[in-house]
Design a protein around this ligand. Sequence first.
Ligand code: UD1
Ligand code: CA
Length: 460
Amino acid sequence: MQDVCAIILAAGDGKRMKSKSSKVLCEVLFKPMLKWVLDSCFASGIETVCTVVSDHAKDVLAIVPENCAIAVQKERRGTGHAVMMAREFLESNVDGDVLLLYGDTPFVDEETIRAAYEVHRAGGNAVTVVTADLEQPRGYGRILRQDGKFSAIVEEKDATEEQRAIREINSGIYWFRTAFLLEALNRITCDNAAGEYYITDTVAIAKGMGQPVGVYRSPRADVVLGANDRKGLHQLNETARMRVLEKLMDLGVDIPFTDGVVISPDAVIGADTRILPGTVIKGKTRIGEGCEIGPNTELNNCRIGEGVRVHSSLLEDSTVGDGARIGPFAHLRPGTTLQAGVKVGNFVEVKNSVVGEKTSIAHLTYIGDSDVGAGVNFGCGVVTANYDGAKKHRTVVGDGAFICCNTNLIAPVTLGEGCITGAGTTVTDDVPPYALAIGRQRQENKENWAKEKGKYRKKQ
Ligand code: UD1
Ligand code: CA
């Protein structure tokens, strides 16, 4: 594709979603709809892109990449009006063609964009519309034909009973000859049921100007699906969910039951990895081969090696080496790296720490802001006190250290290689390699104390 650019409309409100934030931020598989559209647009090789946003949409701007131009639509007066806001962008890219996409139509893909472009160029069209045949066309604009030839798009609100029976719909994906679009923008009116400027009117305008128009009728109905309300959003999620799971199964991922399994379209999972029910995998998570993930687990933007087992746990922005064992009921918070063979067991939380090979943190422990060596053993109930109320401090534990149960490590503190702490010790000073640190009151037994104080309760 040469001399191409794209406009993405994202200035609509969340009215029909009953949402305070913009509709295009509603998520499909935990990824905002607009992000799906942006990703497909860039994946198809189009580099010059303009997104039309409303003037109070800081949250939308946050997901638009920096190399993307922005046009602002202050009032929501329809899709045609939104495109008018990008007039300057069009004028500076007037040679060639422009792709128009809607931010609420997440399944538009590279193949559809390219196939429609071929049709557009081959026909020398002023405008080419991607259409599809839907069982349930309700809510979409209908494709009108005269003697079989594409003539106009009519919005549902403006359609007659007879037109509403048409099942071929407007996907909201268009290619325009840019010079034509600039001309047509001057001719769009708001003379319709909604009182809005419809971009769809450009088809009839082209016809009136004697310019060729065409359609690319997509064989895949789901490519064009959009969501206007929460029910539509649920349907998109369900469609996308099954599509991702089926693709992964084809690649050798073992998903014996799909119940509650939701996996991001951007996740990469190796063959022979087994995903069990209740597992949610978000973002750009990568998982190696031969792992078992779940049941009841969430991974968000994690890198997981091979042969890793994660049971009933939450892992966020973390890296896990080969053969590690995590859970049940563990929480890896952002910035955690577990090297190969680490064990993180029941009710353990690790945050912003590096844990060396084969270290075991088996139960009821908090490790925060720490650099832990290899082959360290943490007993039950070890706590790093990393926060003094104002600042976070690091804890360093050398290879092969043995941290006994209920040790408190008051950061900043360094424990040398092979050292041992006595159970219940509060470590406030550095411990040399191979030393025993013991910091607790020595036990004293007061003979018969309980009986003499009347505290002894005889068994009834
Ligand atoms: C639109 C099409 C319809 C098509 C359907 C496909 C028009 C007039 N109708 O209807 O033919 O079948 O999409 O999904 O185009 N937007 C703005 N500014 C506005 C209005 C909308 O930026 O003033 C953006 C929205 O954020 C949204 C997109 O444009 O991403 C489409 O708007 P929406 O109101 O959802 O149009 P539909 O009624 O779905
Ligand atoms: Ca829509």
